[in-house]
Design a protein around this ligand. Structure first.
Ligand SMILES: C[S@@+](CC[C@H](N)C(=O)[O-])C[C@H]1O[C@@H](n2cnc3c(N)ncnc32)[C@H](O)[C@@H]1O
Length: 236
């Protein structure tokens, strides 16, 4: 955590409200279903077994990184990384994955879109919560996309999940055209404000009144915090 993120944590904590202060019944129910559900599912064990397997892998893959850097970093950057280090750093944690699972279990979306697949941890949690739903997940790094497909296949989830390879600039609009209507979107692929807002606005055109957008890392940097404020204003 850097100083900005520590500051954001305290700002967020200071302004946080309890579920009893929520006015919308939809949001109240969502908060209870996601934050208070303590049930354990076999899917959690299955996904974590796949993660464990990757954590013991020394295989090195070529990674095209499009957006984990700062606002002004030159992109994209290509480098070699071990599957172990990608699984350790880039994927959703078990807690985050379980939250995605609970969200999808509660909301029961028919269509889901994920921007940023990495090795497929988030996608495995989402797809195992809603096996009949269609999930399109976008990944810029071909070798990482390949690992994600193998992982989804291992859990028998490949049938309804499509991992699309290439920069979001190339894959997002065709993914949206294919899904037509978005019930659930997980933005987890870029840590810069301008592209995040652009992808959000592109997705908004395919949303309906019950669509849920989940954003990761909105307190990552000044730019992302500003993007988050703009998103809230657009949706208000
Ligand atoms: C944080 S990881 C995704 C983790 C995953 N959502 C999960 O829950 O396990 C972000 C991924 O997004 C991909 N990515 C970032 N910016 C991208 C872009 N502009 N186009 C395509 N892929 C991108 C990166 O290659 C990386 O694998």
């Amino acid at each position: 955590m850097n100083f900005f993120q520590i500051g954001e944590f305290f700002r967020f904590y200071g302004a946080a409200i309890t579920k009893y202060q929520l006015h919308s019944p939809f949001v109240f129910e969502l908060a209870c279903a996601v934050l208070e559900d303590e049930r354990w599912f076999y899917a959690f064990r299955d996904v974590e077994k796949v993660r464990e397997k990757m954590l013991s892998s020394d295989v090195a893959v070529s990674v095209v990184d499009f957006g984990t850097g700062g606002e002004h970093e030159k992109l994209p950057v290509e480098k070699k990384r071990s599957v172990r280090s990608i699984a350790r750093q880039a994927g959703s944690s078990a807690g985050q994955g379980q939250m995605l699972f609970r969200l999808a279990t509660h909301l029961r979306p028919n269509t889901m879109l994920e921007l940023g697949t990495s090795v497929g941890i988030g996608a495995m949690y989402l797809a195992s919560a809603q096996r009949e739903a269609r999930l399109v997940t976008l990944e810029g790094s071909p070798e990482i996309a390949h690992i994600a497909r193998m992982n989804l296949d291992l859990l028998g989830l490949a049938k309804n999940v499509e991992v699309r390879e290439g920069p979001f600039e190339h894959t997002l609009s065709s993914g949206l055209q294919e899904l037509q209507q978005l019930d659930f979107v997980f933005f987890d692929g870029n840590h810069r404000s301008e592209p995040t807002l652009r992808y959000f606005e592109e997705c908004l055109a395919f949303a309906h009144e019950k669509t849920v957008f989940v954003f990761d890392d909105m307190h990552w940097s000044q730019g992302m915090a500003e993007a988050w404020q703009k998103i809230k204003t657009i949706l208000a």
